[in-house]
Design a protein around this ligand. Structure first.
Ligand code: ATP
Ligand code: MG
Length: 350
């Protein structure tokens, strides 16, 4: 990647989407300087796609994404399209399918600067990621039926689906604290037993990684009582859906958390975990940290530039520490003030 120009497809989306994307791109520009060369292709997506082309994922947007090294997405959807025949959110399902984004990765960290916002008492810093299988399991399994007297959902996994997401988790652990915890319900579910078998095989390829397992009910407790014990949590789709929201909650703020969705090859997609926040759109007070942290995550995972990502994280922490934060974190700074303070910190750290 070093000598090439990185290609980034930018999907600013709806409501606060463009506001926080602008902040994320300003920080990317500041941190890149002469050190990282990239070009941006901005495309309509979600509600913006519906407004301009009648569909949430227009063809040109998809082909731009497919030719990119990474996709940056802000947030989509909102009341404007409540009655639209095409839902903005459908674009997200489509792009995940098209780019085969089967692994969703969400970091949970409580840095020293963020401690005071956490609803849990934490002595040691918390820093773990959840690797969630995103394209299979009970949300997709057939048969799915309902009538007056019964209903059926099907949790189904294949060996290949498990193996590919397990590899993502172990590879990630190699760059972290080398610990993977697989979360399942193997005392009850057949699918969990298959996960145990397949993940144990993958674990054998990574002897440096400490591998253990936890039942999902116990893991849900530990995320509150001892979150510092985790490094990489690997889990199936529905458990990951629930646990990742629980994990977001212990950081104390929806407005700071990024995420990454990736496949085996091809571009990964980076986005904040929150929605388009129609209630605060246009007021200039959206917290830009989720988007700025998404940019940092992109620099680390797609472009192997954790040096630049670290500059962003350190600047973000310094700005949080100084109290320049948006109203969702109890402050009175605007999106622009927070963003400018971070850019200032980046320059001072040069
Ligand atoms: P979705 O269905 O898209 O997930 P949601 O209904 O869960 O949306 P969000 O858009 O995520 O809602 O917003 C939930 C609450 O958090 C809202 O009150 C919103 O204003 C607030 N919020 C979300 N993101 C931010 C942000 N970046 N900065 C400040 N507040 C935010
Ligand atoms: Mg939501």
């Amino acid at each position: 990647m070093t000598n090439q120009v990185a290609k980034i497809t930018v999907l600013s989306g709806d409501y606060i989407g463009p506001e926080i994307m602008k902040a994320g791109l300003a920080v990317l520009k500041a941190v890149s300087q002469d050190q990282f060369h990239y070009q941006i292709d901005e495309q309509p997506f979600g509600g913006a796609g519906i407004d301009q082309f009648g569909v949430p994922l227009p063809d040109e947007t998809l082909s731009s994404a497919k030719q990119s090294d990474a996709v940056l997405l802000a947030a989509i959807g909102g009341p404007k399209w409540d009655d639209a025949p095409n839902r903005p959110e459908k674009g997200l399902l489509q792009i995940r399918q098209e780019l085969n984004l089967f692994a969703n990765i969400r970091p949970t960290s409580i840095s020293a600067a963020m401690q005071r916002y956490s609803p849990i008492k934490q002595v040691e810093p918390v820093n773990f990621v959840i690797v969630r299988e995103l394209t299979s399991g009970i949300y997709f399994g057939k048969p799915r039926e309902i009538d007056d007297t019964h209903a059926i959902d099907t949790m189904r996994y294949t060996v290949d689906e498990i193996r590919r997401v397990a590899r993502v988790a172990f590879e990630m652990a190699m760059k972290r604290k080398r610990h993977v915890t697989m979360v399942d319900k193997a005392n009850v579910l057949a699918t969990s037993n298959l996960w145990r078998r397949v993940v144990a095989e993958v674990a054998a390829d990574f002897p440096e990684v400490h591998y253990d397992t936890s039942y999902v009910d116990a893991a849900a407790m530990k995320i509150i009582s001892a979150p510092e014990q985790f490094d990489v949590i690997l889990t199936e789709n529905m458990f990951g859906d629930i646990l990742s929201d629980e994990a977001a909650e212990i950081t104390g703020s929806l407005g700071t958390i990024p995420s990454m969705s990736r496949g085996s090859d091809g571009p990964a997609l980076y986005e904040p975990i929150h929605g388009s926040a129609p209630d605060i759109a246009g007021k200039g007070i959206a917290n830009p940290l989720s988007m700025i942290n998404s940019v940092a995550m992109m620099l680390t995972h797609t472009f192997d530039r954790s040096d630049l990502a670290d500059q962003i994280s350190q600047s973000v922490d310094a700005v949080i520490d100084s109290g320049t934060v948006t109203p969702d974190l109890g402050g009175n700074a605007t999106t622009n003030q927070v963003t400018n303070a971070i850019i200032q910190q980046i320059y001072e750290r040069r």
